[in-house]
Design a protein around this ligand. Structure first.
Ligand code: A3P
Length: 292
């Protein structure tokens, strides 16, 4: 275990030092997985909160109908950042989780394909820009003065979640060990209904047309941004200490914002590294809102 500024390195992966439960990490392999558990796994800033909201809408009728006022964070629990992990054992089925862990830290039951995993991924330039703003806003992460500085940290994996390339490659290359469906953030932006149908099919959930309409509508960026159950503003209210500067979990929610942040030289350097690291990688990426 290595103690870096703001981060804790545990078995090669960086976690938020002040928030993570080390004892839980040490025993995570034994965390009891149930057949009907569902996990969203993602590298940070790939749309995790969006997917949390989507799962809540799919699984919980009261949430969908707005008769229940429980925040998504209590329904879709963050595996490694739960303040009281014993709570997770006591939760009724089906349990919904999100997590940023690398494939090799997954509990044994997940490696035995006991539960379903949705792996959410996003083009890494937009991930990096989103992460740059998030690290400034959140007091438990190290802020960078500019994109140049943050890009160095990101490309060296000296950030929460460690190296993006390792995370996605690891999950993809070991996918046969898991019951896993890959979902792309950009496809959700371009056609949320199709992505939601894909998620539902994988989860074996059949929604009526009316329910599907309600899910898709409430998961749209603008509707979600104004929904205090979903947009994490309640979390920031409860935990004043988490907010360093103005900012929101739901920031721009688009494809290609990296073009407003990266210089030509930075972009070229990024492309070179991307081509080397992701050679022969089977999943495709979308970098521009107008791209098919
Ligand atoms: P931006 O910072 O680029 O806007 P995570 O939840 O993994 O931290 O990812 C955060 C990113 O997902 C943010 O990206 C956020 O705006 C985006 N996001 C959250 N909800 C969204 C939605 N309904 N539609 C589009 N993007 C969304």
């Amino acid at each position: 275990m290595e103690d870096l500024e703001f981060l804790l390195k545990f078995k090669g992966c960086h976690f938020i030092h002040s928030e993570v439960n080390v004892e839980f990490l040490e025993n995570m392999d034994d965390f009891e997985i149930r057949e009907d558990d569902v996990f969203i796994v993602s590298y940070p800033k790939s749309g995790t909160v969006w997917a949390q909201h989507l799962l809540s809408l799919i699984y919980c009728e009261e949430y969908r109908k707005r008769t229940a006022n429980v925040d998504t964070v209590y329904r879709v629990r963050h595996l490694e950042y739960s303040p009281d992990p014993s709570d997770l054992d006591r939760s009724p089925s089906p349990r919904l989780f999100c997590s940023h862990i690398p494939y090799y830290l997954a509990p044994r039951g997940l490696k035995k394909q006991k539960a379903k995993i949705i792996y959410l991924y996003r083009n890494p330039k937009d991930v990096m820009c989103s992460f740059f703003h998030f690290s400034k806003m959140l007091s438990v992460l190290k802020p960078s003065a500019n994109m140049e500085e943050f890009m160095e940290l990101f490309l060296e994996g000296k950030v929460l979640g460690s190296l993006w390339f390792d995370h996605i490659r690891g999950w993809c290359e070991h996918k046969s060990h898991f019951n896993i469906q890959f979902i792309m953030y950009e496809n959700m932006i371009k056609d949320l209904r199709s992505s939601t149908l894909k998620v539902c099919k994988f989860l074996g959930k059949e929604l009526s047309k009316e329910d599907m309409d309600a899910v898709v509508s409430q998961a749209m960026f603008e509707n979600m941004k104004s929904d205090p159950r979903a947009n994490y503003e309640n979390v920031l209210k409860r935990r004043h200490d988490l907010r360093r500067t103005d900012g929101h979990f739901l920031r721009k929610g688009t494809i290609g914002d990296w073009k407003n942040h990266m210089t030509v030289a930075q972009n070229e350097r990024f492309d070179k590294i991307f081509q080397k690291e992701m050679k022969d990688f089977p999943l495709k990426f979308i970098w521009d809102i107008n791209e098919e």
